[in-house]
Unconditional design. Structure first.
Length: 331
């Protein structure tokens, strides 16, 4: 204090000038990684219980954020590219400041005890490819921006939470890379939006054990890369769209435990890659083809508790469940 007071004016000026110089040159590179640190510290602040003490022991400001447990940085810019806190036994909420981690590509907070909403600010992260928040206690809606406008998103797993609300009707408007959308085991209701067909790269769509109602949109049949479609244990009604028979890559179809009615479209029995088809516990009626030879890879066909009639001929399935129908073997 005293020395600085006594410093000659010219030296003071020089120090001030240097100070301004460093501030100006360093700010461009430093601000952004400070933003990352701020965002992570806000994240840590919103943790109420850190059961194993991982964050309290490792997320300390005397070390670089790139060395913090669960944090991965880019080699060149030292910006946070991945945050993987899967199974860290954390309780708390996700801070909106996560939306400031501009370079984030992977966010895995699965298998913790997070509550509260998924911050809508996550949809600001244009580079985000992988999101896993399964097995927590998240509530509220899936933020609209996440399902409509994330140009790099490839997979999002939000299963085993308490999410509710409806899916936005403009889902998939700008999520051209989305391959896996997992929302099973939540409390989401309303219709499955027709706009789903715009996720043209979709491979696995899992919506089971929610409260979806209305019809299965025929546009599901346009998801030509689809390998798994499960919408079991919902409140779906109406017919099974015959367009599902166009999904030639389909390996698994699970529409069990809904209120689907009408005939099973014969097109489904031509899906030669199909390994399982679960349509049990609906109100399907009519008959199934006598010849199921086109289902060359079928391992399980479950049609129990429907209202089917008819005869079938020769099915080489290893597991076949047709009980509680009116079917008989064709000798
Ligand atoms: C950082 O600070 C903590 C306590 O606040 C201390 O235990 C640890 O040794 C320090 N680490 C380094 C690298 O200085
Ligand atoms: C996160 O870490 C866990 C445990 O190390 C690992 O199994 C999982 O694949 C990682 N998640 C991602 C998205 O890489
Ligand atoms: C980070 O995000 C929060 C909340 O979204 C915002 O209020 C804040 O201004 C942001 N901070 C920086 C440094 O960008
Ligand atoms: C999400 O994480 C869980 C483990 O916590 C894992 O079983 C699951 O496969 C992951 N989801 C995706 C899409 O990778
Ligand atoms: C998660 O948190 C809730 C409420 O704080 C608590 O009742 C529950 O036991 C916790 N679950 C686990 C697996 O820690
Ligand atoms: C969610 O909360 C319930 C009770 O509030 C608790 O029993 C359960 O363990 C929690 N789940 C997780 C994954 O923490
Ligand atoms: C989509 O995201 C971009 C980038 O975050 C943003 O500029 C744009 O306003 C968003 N569009 C809509 C329709 O939300
Ligand atoms: C969806 O598929 C149907 C045929 O099943 C086709 O007529 C229609 O043009 C397709 N729609 C789009 C948007 O690709
Ligand atoms: C869907 O399948 C029908 C026959 O079931 C066929 O006529 C039609 O061209 C197919 N549409 C597409 C888009 O593959
Ligand atoms: C099942 O469908 C039949 C017509 O095929 C209808 O009469 C009946 O009410 C339906 N049952 C249920 C439980 O929806
Ligand atoms: C089965 O279908 C018949 C008519 O096709 C209908 O009368 C009956 O109610 C249906 N059974 C169930 C359990 O829905
Ligand atoms: C039944 O299928 C088996 C093997 O899939 C085949 O060898 C046999 O000829 C078929 N029988 C009839 C009557 O089609």
């Amino acid at each position: 204090m005293e020395t600085s007071f006594l410093l000659p004016f010219s030296l003071m000026l020089l120090i001030t000038t240097l100070n301004i110089f460093f501030t100006l040159t360093l700010s461009a590179t430093l601000t952004d990684s400070t933003t990352d640190q701020d965002a992570l510290l806000e994240f840590k602040n919103a943790i109420t219980v850190d059961t194993n003490g991982v964050l309290s022991n490792s997320w300390l400001t005397n070390s670089s954020i790139c060395e913090w447990a669960g944090v991965t940085c880019g080699v060149k810019h030292h910006r946070v590219t991945a945050l993987n806190l899967s199974n860290f036994a954390l309780h708390g909420k996700l801070t909106p400041h996560l939306g400031n981690l501009t370079f984030l590509q992977t966010l895995d907070v699965s298998s913790n005890n997070f509550t509260g909403v998924l911050p809508t600010e996550l949809s600001k992260l244009h580079r985000l490819k992988h999101v896993n928040a399964t097995s927590n206690n998240f509530t509220g809606e899936v933020p609209r921006g996440i399902l409509t406008n994330m140009s790099s998103l490839e997979d999002i797993d939000l299963r085993y939470n308490k999410l509710s609300g409806e899916l936005p009707s403009d889902i998939c408007n700008n999520t051209p890379k989305l391959k896996r959308l997992f929302l099973s085991i939540n409390q989401i209701y309303g219709k499955i939006p027709r706009n789903i067909y715009k996720c043209s790269k979709m491979e696995e769509l899992k919506l089971s054990r929610n409260m979806f109602n209305g019809n299965i949109p025929t546009q599901v049949g346009n998801l030509s890369m689809l390998t798994y479609l499960s919408i079991s244990y919902n409140d779906l009604q109406g017919d099974i769209p015959r367009q599902i028979g166009n999904l030639s890559s389909l390996l698994g179809l699970d529409l069990a435990s809904n209120k689907l009615a009408g005939n099973i479209p014969y097109s489904l029995f031509d899906l030669s890659s199909l390994e399982f088809m679960h349509l049990s516990r609906n109100n399907l009626s009519g008959s199934i083809p006598t010849n199921l030879d086109n289902l060359r890879n079928l391992q399980t066909l479950d049609l129990t508790m429907d209202n089917l009639t008819g005869e079938w001929n020769n099915l080489s399935s290893t597991h076949l469940s047709l009980v509680h129908n009116w079917l008989s073997t064709f000798a």
